[in-house]
Design a protein around this ligand. Structure first.
Ligand code: GLY
Length: 583
């Protein structure tokens, strides 16, 4: 191994594992704002969002600008070629969810990802042109803007266009990320040229220019969002599909629609929780887990105690078992949303938790299929979340993704953006694990026009009528458990949002029956106590990357605490007395 590849291996490990617990314990303080706060995984994007607020835009305006900026400065997950979800609450108290999840092309069929040997072929569902769902991001931003925006569309896309055309200085995180993902990026000539400098590699401090992406953004700014779906950009995308043997057509693109959905509304103690309905599994799972936890003295037991870890593991198992069995795109398959959240059902689910012992082989399901363990270990999936609140109290939580890092790794030739591999979030076959090791059933089989089941969990929490928290995370299934634990840390363990985010996390997703622990995230006595209770324990990479805002009501008005996850690369930017404040 030469020196550069040794360094690369270390960087890869660091990107995967995140900083050790000791580093997280020394996590920074939250940024305090009064007139607005934007928290994203890119300093440039957060700043752009805060500048929109400063210029008089509202939280939705800022969200549109941040989303497009992330497509430039956070290429592994920020996107034009992906999708996501927005949960928003306006200052007058109305709530809404915008679903801009990708859809399966019209000719997609149940067996699309079954390979020659009759088994699911992960190459087909992750890195081929067949893996690409019809992108929803541009339509999602357009719908949010049309309903709530106050600034012009052009004005909100413009900062991203400038960043792409003029270039921006790479920070260490992104430079390292590009280096570590050279295998994926190197397979596509466009990606190799733009992001690897054809093998010359970027270093921290270099400027990254993306002229093709700049031109695409300029067209979208000038001709509006439909340009992406019916204009020159659409033509380039379909030409890419034809070149690579994809099945997406011009009609698929033209027919894509983002959808308004009603957020799920649940409660936790005295708080109201607004979160994402199907095709996300995240909201249902989050509300199920919170209901069960309410029955236990979580606060009194203390953060990180073996008893609390036991309760968390048991509620996680149950929610993920239901996810596997019942959840899919409710527009195409019956999903018993109300039943899954009904008090009597949840009470019986929670009653099956033994306070002392792990429940083995939780109810009859597809069990542990061949290969689940192997796939489970591949948990470095990417997505990104940002949270925004403005001076009036409009609040926006957005989680957006290409699915895995850089999606398929396929760039649209000449257009400068990556295509998602969201089709892998469908069940390639009932009971077969996806990239995240998630077992899924027929409710989530590949269907023409359907949206694949997601774990993204953008969430807004209220205390009475007042905003209390805005949060969300990347991390595949760990999104749901990261959001859960952050919320519990604030509510039950009285941590501020930054401490709540920085605290170590655990994760259980039913199959495999292993409770995952972050490196350095648990003391030996807790570890042993959990083993004695019958939990199988395993290590995992750093879990999630929560970007959150806590809203504290003070006699002088709202105080906004912006907090980002030290596991990755978050950047809160607040506004105080008309000035931007950050770390
Ligand atoms: N692609 C990851 C998710 O939506 O859960």
């Amino acid at each position: 191994m030469n020196k550069r590849s040794r360094i690369g291996a270390c960087l890869g490990l660091l990107l995967t594992l995140g900083p050790p617990l000791a580093a997280r314990a020394a996590s920074p303080a939250a940024v305090v704002g009064t007139e607005g706060m934007v928290v994203s995984e890119s300093s440039k994007a957060s700043r752009i969002g805060a500048e929109v607020l400063l210029a008089g835009g509202n939280a939705v305006d800022a969200a549109v600008a941040v989303h497009f900026a992330l497509a430039v400065t956070y290429p592994q997950a920020g996107n034009l070629g992906g999708g996501g979800f927005m949960v928003l609450r306006t200052a007058d108290g109305s709530i809404e969810a915008i679903d801009f999840r990708e859809t399966a092309p019209a000719t997609a069929t149940r067996d699309l990802f079954i390979g020659a040997g009759g088994n699911p072929d992960p190459v087909l569902s992750r890195t081929s042109h067949l893996a690409v769902g019809v992108p929803g991001s541009v339509a999602g931003m357009a719908l949010a803007h049309e309903r709530h925006g106050t600034r012009t569309w052009r004005e909100l896309v413009e900062p991203a266009t400038r960043l792409a055309e003029s270039g921006f200085i790479l920070d260490r995180y992104i430079a390292n990320h590009l280096y570590v993902y050279q295998g994926r990026l190197g397979q596509n000539p466009e990606a190799s040229r733009i992001f690897l400098r054809d093998g010359d590699f970027y270093q921290q401090g270099d400027s990254l220019h993306q002229p093709e992406l700049g031109e695409t953004l300029r067209r979208i700014a000038r001709f509006g969002p439909t340009e992406f779906y019916t204009g020159e950009t659409a033509d380039s995308l379909i030409a890419e599909m034809v070149r690579g043997g994809g099945i997406m057509t011009s009609e698929d693109l033209r027919g894509y629609r983002a959808k308004i959905r009603e957020p799920l509304v649940g409660s936790y103690h005295d708080l109201t929780v607004l979160t994402m309905p199907p095709p996300s599994s995240g909201g249902i799972a989050l509300l199920q887990m919170l209901h069960c936890l309410e029955a236990f003295p979580v606060g009194r037991l203390g953060a990180g105690s073996s008893q609390n870890c036991h309760f968390l593991a048991e509620v996680m198992k149950r929610a993920f078992a239901d996810r596997a069995e019942f959840l899919g795109d409710a527009d195409f398959t019956p999903v018993p949303v109300e039943g899954l959240l009904e008090k009597s059902y949840l009470d019986s689910l929670c009653a099956s938790i033994d306070p002392n012992w792990a429940t083995p082989n939780l109810h009859a399901g597809p069990g542990m299929p061949r290969g689940a363990q192997e796939f489970y270990s591949a948990t470095g999936g990417q997505t990104t979340h940002f949270s925004i609140v403005d001076a009036e109290g409009n609040a926006v939580a957005v989680t957006t993704t290409l699915n895995t890092n850089y999606g398929t790794g396929i760039m649209v030739r000449g257009a400068g953006f990556f295509l998602n591999n969201e089709m892998d979030d469908f069940a390639a076959a009932p009971g077969s694990p996806n990239y995240y090791g998630l077992i899924q059933g027929e409710a989530n089989e590949v269907r023409a026009f359907a949206r694949p089941l997601s774990s993204m969990t953008p969430t807004i929490v209220l205390r009475g009528d007042e905003l209390a928290l805005i949060l969300g995370s990347p991390g595949g299934p760990k999104i749901i458990t990261s959001v859960l634990q952050t919320l519990v840390n604030v509510v039950d363990h009285e941590m501020d949002i930054q401490a709540a985010i920085s605290a170590p996390r655990i994760h259980h997703q039913w199959v495999p029956d292993t409770l995952r622990i972050e490196p350095g995230g648990m003391t030996v006595d807790v570890y042993q106590a959990l083993e004695r209770r019958g939990h199988a324990l395993g290590r995992s990479s750093a879990m999630g990357s929560v970007q959150g805002i806590q809203i504290v009501q003070t006699p002088k008005g709202r105080m906004l605490l912006g907090a980002s996850d030290p596991r990755r690369n978050g950047h809160p930017v607040g506004i105080v007395r008309g000035r931007l404040v950050t770390r």
